[in-house]
Design a protein around this ligand. Sequence first.
Ligand code: PLP
Length: 397
Amino acid sequence: MIKDIKDRADSVLVKTYKRFPLFVKEGSGCRLWDYDGKEYIDFVAGIAVCNLGHANPEIADAVCKQAKKLFHVSNLYYTKPQVDLASWLVKNSFGDRVFFCNSGTEAVECAIKLVRRYFVLKGETNRYKILSMEKSFHGRTMGALSATGQEKLKQGFYPVLDGFDFIPFNDIDALKTKDLTDVCAVIVEPVQGEGGVCCPDEDYLQKVREICNKAGILLIFDEIQTGMGRTGKLFCYEHYNVVPDIMTLAKALGNGVPIGAMVAVSDIADAFTPGAHASTFGGSPIITASALKVAEIFERDNIVGKCKKTGEYFVKQLEHLKSKHKCIVDVRGKGLLLGMKLNIAGNTIVNRCMEKGFLINCIQENILRFIPPLIIEREDIDALISCLDSLLQNENL
Ligand SMILES: *Cc1c(COP(=O)(O)O)cnc(C)c1O
């Protein structure tokens, strides 16, 4: 059976993914099981997606209930779950208006289109450039890819979109000295996720905000990975005493259903008039029903507060590991978006962990990333830590 899945995958799927030999059959909470019944504790959570765990029964019920009523109608009509979810996002963020789409990259596309159009409508047609950060990740469609500061992801796809420029992340002088006359917006992840779990200095984003204000340009926070409680606040910008004009969300918003959202303040959002932008599936009832249940559970169970506490505990354990193992060079991150940099290749550790029943992820060759469901228990963290402890013991020799 497993061999059949693998053989067919190898012959019928486009080869975009280098997959681990793990055949996931089902999940519950922080656990996954393969077809042999082997159990894994999941510190990947579908890349920071399943914040409330796998196959969450309450969310499953909400989706089933909605599915029996109405899957989808066109955005030519009103549906209540979409409006309820937008209301929740507006109530709980800086934003006034929401556009729903189906993924992170689409939320970024939406933001790119909006900032360009905002300045065109203001008559400042020369302001079309978007300033992004080196090592950033914003998605794979052409616009979002053009905004992504990683050369290797663009190989083979040139020419990418015109009008993007890059500066080093967390380097305020690089922004200060930039000519901003033709720039319409700065886009930045409050904590860089794919780039290596990189947190900026405490005052960096505030200073970026000040420079944007002075230059009369917009600030976009890509919170696709950092949003929905992941960093110990509902949205990561809350850590830094700063608000953007536009924020992109996706990943954990629906706990696993495909959803993206762009949140914006109203005078900027108003640059989108009827017909300016659209999505067939965006904000459909079945998808927004899932996200609404996520929102309800977040509030009822204080998921964000729990994430903060659990994250602090997790970091302490990782720091303790670092004090014991020379191959660990850095521990960083916020909440349950954590990274541990090694001076050895990370992939062997990832593979060994998988053998022992733990799923972790490696980014940028040597940074282990831990992004478990926010409901993870200390016992599960302890189990991973002791697994890492014994694996790294051997690496140190
Ligand atoms: C994952 C991610 C994206 C892309 O989201 P997709 O849903 O894969 O298109 C964009 N920005 C950030 C910060 C992300 O982490």
